[in-house]
Design a protein around this ligand. Structure first.
Ligand SMILES: *[C@@H]1O[C@H](CO)[C@@H](O)[C@H](O)[C@H]1NC(C)=O
Ligand SMILES: *[C@@H]1O[C@H](CO)[C@@H](O)[C@H](O)[C@H]1NC(C)=O
Ligand SMILES: *[C@@H]1O[C@H](CO)[C@@H](O)[C@H](O)[C@H]1NC(C)=O
Length: 182
């Protein structure tokens, strides 16, 4: 009596858990506020950390985004060489609206510099490494979020959407519905 139920149940269980995990990674997106409350600006020297120190304390995934808040400045997306040399002449992308959201559409490295003369040299530049989804193990997602404390308020990461739990519950609900009717 129990055997036919088990053989039906476990393939379904595995299938729906896989779907749930895929959906979970697809719907969790974070928006990171670059520079915290200061935003994107030429460093004055009294910062707790520079932009790249901040970046190394966070984990970025495809679908996450950076928010740049700035005034009288710009955000250039450049290649590695232009980043190293602070070369602002031929950026891949240029934003000047003061209020820029940049979403990561692939994994790998992204390089950002200021387009204002002297600003990149003074430290207004940022390297982001975006991880591939396969590096995210189930249960590892919370490490994308900052822990408690004022240093993390400064780092300015914000959880944009966490519907992971509800997606998982919905998937489990479907699992039991299909187990009953198949
Ligand atoms: C931006 O530039 C305008 C005009 O030059 C100036 O009035 C304003 O104070 C500047 N803002 C900042 C934050 O530097
Ligand atoms: C800056 O980049 C442009 C375009 O890639 C290049 O032509 C130029 O030589 C570079 N300038 C310097 C100083 O490297
Ligand atoms: C920045 O952009 C967001 C979304 O595009 C918008 O809702 C917000 O009002 C903007 N803020 C400013 C200060 O321009």
């Amino acid at each position: 009596m129990a055997t036919p139920i088990q053989t039906k149940f476990f393939p379904n269980l595995l299938f729906f858990l896989s779907v749930a995990l895929l959906l979970t990674s697809a719907v969790s997106a974070y928006e990171f506020r670059v520079g915290g409350p200061r935003g994107w600006t030429k460093p004055t020297g009294d910062e707790l950390e520079n932009y790249n120190h901040w970046a190394t304390k966070n984990r970025f995934h495809v679908g996450d985004s950076l928010y740049f808040k700035y005034e009288n400045d710009s955000v250039l997306v450049v290649d590695k060489n232009a980043y190293k040399e602070c070369n602002t002449t031929d950026p891949q992308l240029k934003f000047v609206d003061g209020n820029t959201t940049f979403r990561f559409d692939r994994h790998g490295y992204f390089y950002f510099i200021s387009g204002k003369p002297g600003h990149c040299e003074a430290g207004e530049r940022l390297i982001i490494r975006v991880m591939v989804h396969s590096e995210v193990m189930p249960g590892a997602a919370p490490s994308s979020q900052p822990g408690g404390g004022s240093a993390n308020t400064e780092s300015g990461a914000a959880l944009k959407t966490t519907t992971a739990a509800s997606v998982l519950m919905a998937a489990l609900g479907s699992l039991f519905a299909i187990s009953l009717f198949s």
